[in-house]
Design a protein around this ligand. Structure first.
Ligand code: ATP
Ligand code: MG
Length: 602
């Protein structure tokens, strides 16, 4: 590519909304462009990288025995009704109607469609196992699209679906996909680990996530150096810390005047105690499940929609109020709470105390478990064994001391609600856990027969007996992987692409484009690189050398060959983007070295 013809524009500064390195650099390099919130296009260099990641994915999927197909992103609602996910998926599902008012959605994932295909194509045990995948644009109307292509509303995903005779077959398919994913992310240059995960709206039991380490990742991951255990903080089981010494005598409950003492921090300071002697209350409203949730109801009555509009327009009926309690120094694990309540996540919402104070008696900043009514009380298991805690009195300006489980309050549900964090004991071996942040780039699920049962996908065995097909599903966020790579490979000057996913391998920078002889030499190097299979860019723009060097750094192309000051002596400068050192050599040597480096690293 000749840059003079491609007219790629780099930006001096990223728009202020770009908060994280991948968002900043992909915008500044002109690789992505924003069309609307969470909706991006890919420009010349950005699209090349997307296609390289896709190609790596394709090669590893094919090598693992999967077959590529293409399913439409436009999916009829009726298929989603068969599995019940038309309502379960909630407002993230992008719904629309055709001219005959028939309902469709834009695919966020393809279990329904692929199961529909397989139930019509597969009937005999001889046709299994089968693994079908595609690389397709997905749509999710995320509540909070952010970080550019990291969490967007339209993104490219590779999704694969395995179909097996039985659970053993599924184990084998799952293992193959797990291994293929390990190869994909390794080839993309990512530093990642795998964790057991919550399988969310997709359902099923066994699932692992591939998490790329990055400072701005949305997953908190805890891991154990001692035994190799790793899990997302929200999924990690917990070894309860030992309760207070059992010989501690039960105190009487006392009401203390605590004006303006609302947070755990305030309570700690005012009552001169430690946070682990207090109880933290978190309020939630659970809504009734309804087909209306998330339906495209433009112009519909918005009454009842929550204040921040997370649920889109629609009418919501409260199913129940919930108050969850954890020890004051702990954080609540939302996944565990939702699982304990046994409802879909999108039906559970944080509540302002004023929304539910009349019905339940809670008081903002002063909510405790002893005087609540009409409210499901969910208590973290750790609290049951702790004595003489401090809790809100459900009365403005008052707390209670000497609060004990069993004597002073009881729970509707006692369960582990804690978010794991660094220093907590490893659930496997008890050693102290470490914590880090990461972003999920891929996930593998054992679905079992959830979808084949709901949709009637069966096969006949050799005795003509009918069985449900056993399924797995496997996703890779192609465009999110691109963002994760930039998160791990950048400096303060721009991107530093690993060779395997770089849009181009080498850039030939012509310092003085108006010098005929220098131009000729640069063109010669460019042609030689292309002839050797090195994907090259020729920066022949009419720009100052400084501008070109800055742009080359922003683009992050791994090898730069500069035709500069010494070109008349046949000498060029050779520099790797990831190193600061620059070498001088003949143009022939530069071409040879570049060729060798690319062959070794791709
Ligand atoms: P998350 O928990 O981040 O919302 P998910 O678990 O809902 O993701 P999956 O259904 O497992 O996502 O989708 C498979 C892959 O698609 C994910 O591992 C991720 O890489 C990618 N992905 C999911 N949502 C988005 C998004 N909004 N933007 C970009 N990529 C995404
Ligand atoms: Mg996932």
């Amino acid at each position: 590519m000749r840059l003079s013809q491609a007219h790629i524009k780099t930006l001096r500064e990223a728009p202020s909304e770009a908060e994280i390195p991948s968002h900043v650099w992909l915008l500044r390099a002109g690789m992505i462009y924003k069309m609307a919130s969470g909706i991006y296009g890919y420009m010349i260099m950005g699209w090349r990288t997307v296609r390289k990641i896709e190609q790596i994915v394709r090669e590893e999927m094919d090598a693992a025995g999967a077959f590529e197909i293409l399913m439409s992103p436009l999916q009829p609602a009726d298929l989603w009704r068969e599995t019940g996910r038309w309502s379960v998926y909630g407002p993230e599902l992008w719904r629309l109607r055709d001219r005959h008012a028939r309902e469709f959605c834009l695919s966020p994932t393809c279990e329904e469609v692929v199961t529909d295909i397989v139930r019509s194509e597969i009937s005999s045990h001889k046709q299994l196992p089968l693994n079908l995948y595609h690389i397709q644009t997905k749509y999710r109307d995320e509540a909070r699209p952010r970080y550019g292509i990291m969490r967007s509303r339209e993104f490219i995903m590779k999704d694969a679906y395995s179909f097996d005779l039985n659970a053993e077959g599924l184990d084998e398919s799952y293992r193959k996909m797990f291994d293929a994913y390990t190869k994909v992310f390794t080839r993309c240059g990512l530093d990642f680990f795998t964790v057991y995960a919550d399988s969310g709206a997709i359902g099923g039991k066994d699932s692992e996530e591939f998490v790329a380490l990055c400072d701005y990742g949305e997953s908190d991951v805890v891991y154990c150096d001692a035994c190799g255990f790793a899990a997302t903080a929200s999924q990690s089981d917990f070894k309860d810390a030992p309760a207070s010494p059992s010989d501690e005598a039960l105190e009487d409950v006392k009401e203390v005047y605590t004006p303006d003492v609302k947070t755990i921090e305030d309570v700690k300071n005012f009552l001169e105690t430690t946070a682990d002697k207090t109880m933290k209350a978190l309020l939630f409203v659970v809504y009734k499940d309804s087909e209306d949730i998330g339906r495209d109801t433009a112009g519909a009555d918005a009454e009842g929609a929550d204040a921040n509009g997370d649920k889109g327009a629609g009418v919501y009926e409260v199913s129940e109020y919930v108050c969850a309690f954890v020890r004051g120094d702990r954080e609540l694990n939302m996944t565990k709470l939702v699982n304990a309540l046994d409802v879909s996540e999108h039906l559970v919402e944080f509540a302002d105390s004023s929304t539910m104070s009349e019905e339940t008696g809670c008081v903002g900043g002063f909510t405790g478990p002893t005087r609540l009514r009409n409210c499901k009380i969910v208590v973290d298991s750790e609290l049951v064994g702790l004595k003489n805690l401090i809790a809100g009195a459900c009365k403005e300006g008052y707390h209670l001391t000497g609060v004990n489980y069993g004597r002073d309050y009881e729970a509707d549900i006692v369960t582990d609600l804690k978010l794991a964090r660094a220093g907590d004991p490893c659930p496997v071996c008890g050693a102290a856990l470490k914590a880090s942040r990461g972003i999920e780039v891929g996930q593998v699920f054992k679905l079992g027969t959830k979808y084949s049962e709901a949709m009637g996908a069966t096969y006949r065995d050799e005795h003509m007996e009918e069985h449900h097909i056993v399924m797995g599903c496997y996703g890779i966020g192609v465009t999110r992987t691109m963002a994760a790579v930039v998160e791990q490979y950048h400096d303060d000057k721009g991107i530093i692409w690993p060779m395997s996913v770089a849009p181009y391998h080498a850039i030939v920078t012509l310092a003085k484009p108006d010098d005929e002889a220098a131009l000729k030499m640069a063109e010669g190097i460019y042609e030689d690189l292309l002839a050797n299979g090195v994907e090259a860019v020729l920066d022949d723009r009419d720009e100052r050398a400084g501008v070109k060097f800055n742009d080359a750094d922003i683009f992050g192309i791994p090898i730069r060959i500069t035709v500069g000051r010494k070109y008349a002596e046949g000498i060029v400068e050779y520099k790797l983007r990831r190193e600061s050192e620059m070498k001088e050599m003949t143009s022939a040597d530069a071409v040879a070295l570049a060729t060798e480096t690319v062959r070794a690293e791709v």
